[in-house]
Design a binder for this molecule. Sequence first.
Ligand code: SF4
Length: 458
Amino acid sequence: MLLRHTPSEIKERKALNVNPAKTCQPIGAMYAALGIHGCLPHSHGSQGCCAYHRSTLTRHYKEPVLAGTSSFTEGASVFGGQANLVQAIDNMFTVYNPEVIAVHTTCLSETIGDDIPQIARKAEADGKIPKGRFVIHASTPSYVGSHVTGFSSMTKSMVDYFARFSGKRTDTINIIPGYVEPSDMEEIKRLAAEMGVKNIMFPDTSNVMNSPQTGRFEMYPRGGVTVEALARTGDSSGTLALGKLASSAAARALDIKCKVPCEILDLPIGLNNTDLFIDALRKMAGVSVPESVNVDRGRLLDIITDMHQYFYGKKVGLVGDPDHLVALTEFLVSIDMWPVHIVTGTPGKAFEKRIREITREVPHEVNVGAPGDMFLFHQWVKNEPVDLLMGNTYLKYIARDEDIPLVRFGFPILDRVGHSYFPTVGYRGGMRLLEKILDALLDRKDRDDPEEGFELVM
Ligand code: SF4
């Protein structure tokens, strides 16, 4: 339904979200779990939850997303889900032979209070977990947090269950990439490889959620971090965690558990944040930056210079996840665009403070909703129109109603294909993002210009 009845008058609302700017925790937990090689995610709850989580990921990535469910019915709701989960673990190892089953909870199993580690121990005692196979878990009640907190919890579980310090440090660097596309993970690994940095990325959904068409069905694609590599993260000499909300819990847990020092950075979106990432990697690994990376940087800088005249002073409305929004806002401000309405559905006080710092020199009032919803965002746009919207697919309704160009960015993107194959992180990703922004702005200009202003050359 289009939102043409959204009133511009803003009234205070309590205990009511309209068009939330987030999805639920297990979706993020499932996505993170898919970044372990040979892993079958498992949703401990009702079938409907699992169907929603799988279909959202499938629609975004255009890849089949397989996962088990404990298939709760009335019995499990009253007596708890232990019997269902033990049976499910047995079935999955017998039929699908995964290396890891990554269990996440749902609202219902959390409300019942099922103790997953205890149930996993019971399954092990009953001989349902084959030797050399693993059951890990993350607690993901969706009445708090969002898909990003679910991603964070499952990523931390990888540390809790697998990381070990063997007693010998290596020169490997752990990279926790944050809640980004598989193509972004690939680009971050490419940059690290270009710099000669040995690294373990976790989770790593590249070659899982963007795997090539080979004509053969592979239950477990070749990508994903292996259990053996996850164990070795405890021996690494440092961890770079990208995106505070999605990645810092795992990085800190690794520091506490195995004394691997960590540095937590914003996602490497845009020139400045990529510079910070490259510099942190350089210092942590004790390497120098090769000319090939400098060339990429120079190209991004050149494109910014060429495009700047079109960006200057353009007002933008943003909806998305905190880590994305922090990095994207910084990028937009750095090219003299003005983010004036910024909404995330993920709660967190630090987010607003950070956005206020980044936008302190924007010569315009900046609205920040954390948590906010798309209804409020729409009202802000009605009261203060913008030149561009950036965010997930759900923004298309507001874009159409208000006749504002939209650049799709973040999660989920359900109505376009290809986004998971092209990065938006790093210098190359920055170039792509700028091209998308400029195309949206100039396509609108071409549409609206009077004939005498309709130019062949911009
Ligand atoms: S919000 Fe809770 S009940 Fe709804 S799909 Fe997510 S986990 Fe299931």
